[in-house]
Design a binder for this molecule. Structure first.
Ligand SMILES: CSC[C@H](NC(=O)[C@H](Cc1ccccc1)OC(=O)N1CCC(N)CC1)C(=O)N[C@@H](CC1CCCCC1)[C@@H](O)Cn1ccccc1=O
Length: 330
């Protein structure tokens, strides 16, 4: 039985959290985005056109004595923000921290959309969703976590993302030093391949909780907290000068004073997103107006508890108990 831990770095404005992994023999080091909202491990590779690579590290299967091509297998993925990638598949050794999976499906990109080419810091994605939504054809492949979970002390991983500071992903154990008080547990519906749960209600600032079920997914790969239009409207109504800015594609408000906290329920507990974390980022160099970290989930079909919500807490993704645990950070 094993456990493992790896540090993840917050990019500017916590826009994404990037984590080092190594692939192949000898190990090739890449830095990727751990995404609990998807289930493919794909990386920039030597099979891509040179013009699509701008600063990223690439995986070279020919330079790994343990790589084995999964003949006839291909993959193609499109994300909620419209970005996409596709390619073919190798089995190879993948190591995260001190944990190694010898025959992990590594999806080598042959094509990526401009959003990925333009994100020089990100060499690929490591999906931590359920393997049922892996895109490899003809046979979907297991995620790193699914491959290793039976060798872990416990079939779970935790995300401890921080505001503007390195955080950590732990595998197989709950670090008691990472949280205070009790963890609030809520059941997960994995039928769509996501870490889906239903929050019983929310509150704006110091107001009383409103009974309003919000069904969504815990998604480390999404930057913002995307909620139902009615909830978002109720929140921004409490901020002087807040308005929907179609140019920015979301609600914008004066960066000061600090906006009210946003509180959402998790079964018998609550999670508080501090107002200063709701001011996602200044929209102009004058730093007058800020783009909101809480925006609408219109068109997605469910809410997304992205990094703005996750970085407030110590979050346990428990595949054994099929439950999510939210703990107050230490
Ligand atoms: C409505 S899901 C939007 C969400 N993509 C984001 O959150 C991007 C992340 C980002 C950050 C920095 C550079 C590039 C991209 O960031 C913004 O969209 N931002 C940040 C900056 C803000 N100014 C505007 C809003 C999204 O597709 N996530 C997926 C994983 C992403 C894909 C892009 C690369 C990073 C990981 C994924 O879990 C979302 N999923 C969740 C469930 C089902 C399908 C699905 O696909």
């Amino acid at each position: 039985r094993q456990t493992g831990t790896v540090e993840t770095d917050a990019e500017k404005h916590d826009v994404e959290y990037l984590t080092p992994i190594s692939i192949g023999t000898p190990p090739q080091n890449l830095i990727v985005d751990f995404d609990t909202g998807s289930s493919d491990l794909w990386v920039f590779s030597t099979e891509m056109a040179a013009k699509d690579i701008k600063g990223q590290a690439v995986y070279d299967p020919n330079n790994s004595s343990t790589s084995e091509k999964l003949q006839g297998s291909t993959w193609q993925i499109t994300y909620g923000d419209g970005s996409s990638s596709s390619g073919d598949v190798y089995l190879d050794t993948v190591t995260i921290g001190n944990l190694t999976v010898p025959n992990q499906a590594v999806e080598a990109a042959t094509k990526v959309s401009d959003e990925f080419t333009d994100d020089a810091n990100n060499d690929g994605l490591l999906g931590l969703g359920f393997s049922s939504i892996n895109t490899v054809q003809p046979t979907p492949q297991n995620t790193f976590f699914d491959n290793i979970k039976n060798n872990l002390d416990a079939p779970l991983f935790t995300a401890d993302l921080k505001h503007g500071a390195p955080g950590s992903y732990n595998f197989g154990y709950i670090d008691p030093a990472a949280y205070v008080g009790n963890i609030s547990w809520t059941p997960v519906d994995s039928s769509q391949g996501f870490w889906s749960f239903t929050s019983p209600g929310y509150a704006v600032g110091t107001e009383a909780m409103r009974n309003h079920s919000i069904s969504g997914i815990a998604d480390t790969g999404t930057t913002l907290l995307l909620l139902p239009k009615s909830v978002v409207k109720a929140y921004y109504e409490e901020i002087q000068g807040a308005q929907y800015d179609s140019n920015q594609g979301g609600y914008v408000f004066p960066c000061s004073p600090t906006p009210p906290d946003f509180v959402f329920g998790v079964s018998d507990g609550i999670v508080t997103v501090p107002g200063d974390m709701v001011s996602y980022a200044p929209v102009d160099s004058a730093n007058q107006d800020c783009f909101g970290g809480i925006q609408s989930d219109t068109g997605i079909g469910f809410s997304i508890f992205g990094d703005v919500a996750l970085k407030t807490s110590f979050v346990v993704f428990d595949a054994g108990g099929l439950q999510l645990g939210w703990g107050a950070k230490n």
